[in-house]
Design a protein around this ligand. Sequence first.
Ligand SMILES: Nc1ncnc2c1ncn2[C@@H]1O[C@H](COP(=O)(O)OP(=O)(O)OP(=O)(O)O)[C@@H](O)[C@H]1O
Ligand SMILES: [Mg+2]
Length: 908
Amino acid sequence: MRRSAAPSQLQENPFKKPKFISPARSHPSPNEEVAKLNSDMKLFEVTANKNNFLQPQNYPRICNFNLPTEECAKGINHGDNYREKYCLEASTKTTLDLHHTVHSAPKEITVSKGQEKPDSLVKYFSVVWCKASKKKHKKWEGDAVLIVKGKSFTLKDLEGKDIGRGTGYKLKELEKIEEGQTMMIGGKEIEVMGVISPDDFNSGRCFQFGGGCSAVLSSSQAAKKSFSNPFKSVCKLSSKENEQNSSQNCKPRHDPYAPNSLVMLRPDKNHQWLFNKNCFPVVDVVIDPHLVHYLRPHQKEGIIFLYECVMGMRVNGRCGAILADEMGLGKTLQCISLIWTLQCQGPYGGKPVVKKTLIVTPGSLVNNWKKEFQKWLGIERIKIFTVDQDHKVEEFTKSPFYSVLIISYEMLLRSLDQIKNVKFDLLICDEGHRLKNSTIKTTTALISLSCEKRIILTGTPVQNDLQEFFTLIDFVNPGILGSLSAYRKIYEEPIIISRQPSASEEERELGEQRAAELTCLTGLFILRRTQEVINKYLPPKIENVVFCRPGALQIALYRKLLNSQAVRFCLQGLLENTSHLICIGALKKLCNHPCLLFGSIKEKESSSTWDESEERNLYEGLMNVFPADYNPIMFTEEESGKLQVLSKLLAVIRELRPAEKVVLVSNYTRTLDILQEVCKRHGYAYTRLDGQTPISQRQQIVDDFNSKYSSDFIFLLSSKAGGVGLNLIGGSHLILYDIDWNPATDIQAMSRVWRDGQKHPVHIYRLLTTGTIEEKIYQRQISKQGLSGAVVDLSKTSDHIQFSVEELKNLFTLHESSHCITHDLLDCECTGENHTGDSLEKLPVSRNCQLGPHQQKSASLKPLSMSQLKQWKHFPGDHLNVTDPFLERIRENVSFFFQNITNQTIAI
Ligand SMILES: Nc1ncnc2c1ncn2[C@@H]1O[C@H](COP(=O)(O)OP(=O)(O)OP(=O)(O)O)[C@@H](O)[C@H]1O
Ligand SMILES: [Mg+2]
């Protein structure tokens, strides 16, 4: 094979021809210069085709341009619409505006005196600079971007920092600046290396490529390596092996021309040049038809995407990916298909690309992964090892038998040394959103692993916080966005400034373009599909928000709490910030059941710190409101509005759908205790999973519940402890007994039942106590404030939320006369009489993404907005014509309902 240029040369910067040349160098003759320019242009043609960053793109984008034409013609299946998209995008060309270089002697640009003319066009140049000096042998100190606007200029280094500024220059001189020119400006000597187009400046690309590929790549250690070799560990062949390049190895493992076959993209010439050093024949990589049979269309595309990412086909030399599909879209199956494929196949001589895979996942999902492997591949095809108390990593290390290691994040930290001794070729971090903080131990531990093919799986949107976004990106593709400080200057700051109401038109435009560019860059290796892609495979979902009237004891206690000294002090802004959290906590407990409050008071009173405790001001006199003989163990359902509704709801489900099961969710273990007691009293068989459930038992509990032979009627679930990633499709009714500040916690819980494999229509009930703090939290969840990005992930709690005194006043008000203050706030024209709204799907969605609206495609698993809620069907509890049989039975204790039905294809 003929090799024309070193790969590193192929990454040459297209914006700036020569790189960092000393000012003392001898200038080439004009002819030499033109010759150099031509060769640079040729080089660039190659680069433009190879370098993914340079392509204008739509998401998701396929960035290889050498698809063998015969393959296009043969009609190998690269996933739905794949080839079409591919061929279309392959025609995209990037153009470059290259200017002839003219060198001139340095001269100081003069400052103009009173020669005023309105600011003209802004121009951008890539330059090199050094401090002004009379020395003969100067050394350029760095690359920079020169921005000339009218009579002023700004010089920015490639991290986006200002390193020089000046105004009042002569317009004519600044207008004359051209490539090759050397001059003194603001006490610095610069040489203009090239012209940057406004587009490249606004997108921020010039900072990475305007001498800046180096800026991007040099900042991270990992990025210092110019290329990573996806085959390094597995494909090193001895010369003997090389000789034995037998034809039997070189046949695809599965027939690429069979109907419905799913064939991966063939590597292009550049990839082959880089990674097929042994010149093996290129072999089609074909997904096992056994798996293809089950794959949904979006999963096929997902596998193609993952394959191209980890093979370094999407971004040169980068092997990371983020699969951020919404919850329940089958991220696990997509990864299993990838692992199975790479473990058996490869494009060069059919040699497998991956020997060992490490999957890190929350403890509660370790066995779920194992189960999914078995579900899709059986127990023979692939040997997996799960780490737990009895099965240590050493066992895996010693045995050649296993190829996949599944371990929890906690165990990973404990066994990091052993893990580091194993050469893993592929690393998958499930629920990888937790790696968003680069300083936490788990992230640093994972970064320390040498594996280059890294995949993050997450159901949570990743763009809500640009800092966290950086960390996730930098984890999968280290260094791709440059250093954190450069990223802040080039992307984060302009984007955030542009989102502020005070932003000028110019700032807004710049921020938008930088955001678009960032999306473009990262869109190459981030894939997110929304629930809609799977809706058609799912049964209908009926969501209800049920406003339950509080019981008499609850109202009396609520009033007393609001009149307490603690609340009054909070409202006067006299107490510490944490005090309002204690008040909020007490009100929330009360909403769940007064006996919880009773228990807390008793506990506090008997503690030695009672006299000085903050709760004293809150609980003072409260005991007198409880009946004298109140016994929390003997609690009654009537004492809590929600518990009454729950009890009736369970009874009607049991009666009308005896074969169906219920998932009952609370954020509090003590509340789960009460709900468990209710189950016992009514004789309902139940099972329970909370923070205390040993990890080793969790999957078994889930499996038992999901089994059709299970006699359990109720699954008691602590959403925070165990909600993430679980499949609870055995249940088709899900009741959220209490509400969390963070909408993501509730959405997580709701997605446990409405997912692939669910056979029954799904009923979701969110219980809220009318007029109380629960309604306020709900409003906060669905109002703009709740969506501002502060509360969209699970780690954020009310501790992170700051309240103004105004907000506290609102939180600490009980609205006794309203049927539903949430409805009152909606500005709805209806009188509360059975308002039937439009379909939700038609409505625009609120944005909760810092990268801007182009990221948002659907409303499916986003927190609702107020305007969306208004479109839900809604009616008061005493409405005469409640058609839903379940709601009909509970309405006596309900003041108001909201209901929305998704996928209504059949009568419910
Ligand atoms: N093609 C398919 N056909 C049938 N069932 C499927 C398919 N793909 C996935 N499933 C099932 O759907 C369920 C959800 O899949 P999975 O747990 O992988 O979702 P996920 O994307 O990881 O969601 P989460 O973000 O909640 O973890 C699993 O029970 C899985 O077996
Ligand atoms: Mg999952």
